[in-house]
Design a protein around this ligand. Structure first.
Ligand code: FES
Length: 616
């Protein structure tokens, strides 16, 4: 494989990374702390390590930091060593242990935000010390090579003198962006956005501790323009005024959420210094006002994979004047920044196990890693999981059946059908996880055969007397009644699952299963080789692992290997704020992950047909 092996001592950790990654980043990504105050920018000269096997070129910074004999002995600055061959790296004990936070799926993130604050007690100028105000500040921060912005220079003379030269310098990456009177080092905030097609979630993060302060979510204000990305792209194609309107609506959504999380967290909007946004390729393009049309038509081309850092005001956010927005890069038109953020949160590139990541939705993104190689694809699953095209389908809202349990031969005082309903109210319909559960349970007890057809009435009556009275017909179509509002409801006004609904789900899961089956084939693996399946996304996280296995949505594996990963896009966005090194990790994923296009594969249809049934 293309990866290089780094062997860290004394932690005795083996880490495999793509060639070209810095030793500092490789360590950071794997929770191994190396001393640093500049966060890997090559200016603090604190990230000293010793290479005990393998070698690396000597930089001018190394020459300024180490003696000739130390260099001979393999001492280097870790952030300047690009690993191109296998290396053994000795990490000296830390002077100060950096803070870490647990984010995503058990990821330990060492806090290295690009937003830093430094409290300074400066000497006041005298006739014998006529250094400029700026120089006085820069001299006190000698581990960073900072450039000021105009905003600072405008404020500097007054803030210094009003506060007896006791000030806090605010730094983003390598820019000095503000000076504040007194010690404000504990007030450092960022907002992480999960910009979904349906729902947008914002988390206000305390960057000095890594902890979330407040969370808010709301429907994307673009909703009236269509439920999915394709309808929104079409809307922009039909009317040239739509793109700016959709951009404004996305921006208004972010602004309203920023106001909400700041109000709840008792943080001033001006204290927010950085924002990260993880969204699919279409949502990202619309937020930034970039024409999404090429994303929606073959050959599905993005305007760019990586975005420049933009200022918060460019996306309609009134935060600190220097606040910047980090936009997640995307692998392709249908494997967007939300998935890159999800991969980061799950550590898809930092785990030796064979793992399968599935974000279940209208467009289903699938990523497979065998610990060395990572492949990904997108499968068009259609709207079934969101309740679309399902007769009694609905979104996961109050009244939606989300859990279904069937008992073929109930004991006394045991119900044959048990339903879990969102909001504990009268059932009104069936959401995605309820649909998967219903079909899986009917298949498990034997009311649906392996091809997905309801068994004949007489067979049902004989084998499942307790459930058979729920089998009915609407016209010629067979249905299974899940809930009657009154005992003598017409079948059509009950909450039911129809034969056609079962078919819709089979098509959706067939597309997904074909996706992962082809990825497994790509890496020469069998289903049983998969050590962990991560179900992600607003739908996938709520799915019952047992039901997902039963209908063949995921490989046939023990249920303990199937994990609900939660809102991983939002977690990835948090990680980008907590560590500039993680952000570099997201960019590195673009190089590493191979995208496999399904739609031009000759064997797609045959495989799809094979995957329609239930795996018995
Ligand atoms: Fe600061 Fe390497 S991390 S110089």
């Amino acid at each position: 494989t293309g990866r290089v092996l780094l062997r860290f001592a004394p932690s005795a950790r083996d880490v495999r990374v793509p060639p070209g990654v810095s030793v500092f980043d490789a360590a950071s990504w794997n929770g191994i702390a190396i001393d640093s105050t500049c966060g890997g920018h090559g200016t603090c000269r604190k990230c000293k390590v010793q290479l005990t096997s393998g070698s690396a070129p000597v930089t001018s910074h190394d020459r300024r930091t180490f003696t000739e004999s130390e260099i001979e002995d393999g001492w280097r600055l870790a952030c300047l060593v690009k690993a191109t061959t296998d290396l053994a790296v000795d990490v000296p004990p830390l002077v100060t242990r950096p803070k870490a936070a647990t984010v995503g799926v058990g990821r330990q993130v060492i806090l290295r935000p690009s937003v830093q604050k430094r409290y300074l007690e400066l000497e006041e100028p005298t006739l014998s010390d006529q250094r400029t105000d700026l120089q006085r500040v820069l001299d006190a921060i000698d581990d960073l090579e900072l450039t000021p912005d105009l905003h600072v220079l405008r404020r500097l003379p007054k803030v210094l003198r009003d506060n007896d030269f006791k000030v806090t310098a605010v730094v983003i990456d390598e820019s000095l962006v503000d000076v504040e009177g007194g010690d404000t080092t504990t007030r450092r905030y960022g907002i992480a956005y999960d910009l979904g097609t349906t729902t947008v979630v914002a988390t206000l993060l305390d960057l000095s501790t890594g902890t979330p302060v407040s969370v808010a979510s709301m429907l994307n204000k673009q909703q009236p323009f269509g439920a999915d990305v394709i309808t929104r792209i079409s809307a922009t194609m039909m009317d040239p005024d739509t793109l700016p309107r959709l951009r404004d609506l996305a921006q208004a959504t972010l602004a309203e959420l920023a106001a909400d999380v700041c109000a709840e967290g008792e943080v001033d909007l001006h204290e927010v210094l950085e924002v990260a946004v993880a969204g699919n390729a279409t949502m990202t393009a619309l937020l930034l006002g970039v024409d999404p049309e090429p994303l929606g038509v073959a050959p599905f081309i993005q305007s760019t994979a990586s975005w420049p850092t933009v200022s918060a005001s460019e996306v309609g956010l009134e935060l600190h004047p220097a606040a910047q927005v980090v936009v997640f890069p995307a692998l392709g038109a249908y494997v967007g920044g939300d998935i890159v953020a999800g991969m980061l949160a799950c550590g898809m590139d930092r785990d030796k196990r064979t793992r399968l990541f599935i974000d279940v939705g209208t467009n289903c993104e699938i990523v497979l890693s065998d610990g060395d190689t990572i492949v990904s694809t997108a499968a068009p699953a259609g709207p079934a999981f969101e309740g679309g095209a399902i007769r009694c389908g609905m979104r996961a809202a109050d009244g939606a059946i989300e859990v279904v349990k069937l008992v073929a031969e109930p004991q006394e005082d045991q119900a044959a059908v048990t339903l879990g309903v969102i909001g504990d109210t009268e059932p009104r319909g069936l959401c995605g996880s309820g649909l998967v559960d219903a079909v899986a349970e009917l298949a498990r007890v034997g009311l649906l055969d392996d091809t997905g057809r309801f068994v004949p009435d007489d067979v049902a009556a004989e084998r499942f007397p307790a459930l058979a009275d729920r089998l009915a017909k609407i016209g010629e179509e067979r249905v299974f009644v899940l809930h009657r509002h009154t005992p003598d409801d017409e079948v059509a006004s009950t909450v039911y699952l129809s034969q056609r609904d079962v078919r819709e789900l089979q098509f959706a899961k067939g597309a997904i299963a074909t996706g992962w089956a082809l990825l497994l084939e790509e890496l020469g693996l069998e289903e049983s080789d998969v050590q962990q399946v991560l179900l992600a996304g607003s739908f996938g996280s709520y799915l019952s692992p047992a039901s997902a296995v039963r209908i063949g949505l995921v490989p046939k594996l023990p249920v303990l290997r199937i994990v609900s990963a939660g809102n991983v896009a939002g977690e990835g966005a948090k990680m980008a704020l907590l560590s500039s090194r993680e952000r570099a990790g997201a960019e590195a994923l673009l190089e590493e992950v191979q995208y496999v296009e399904l739609s031009d594969r000759a064997d797609f249809n045959d495989r799809f047909v094979e995957k329609l049934g239930f795996p018995g």
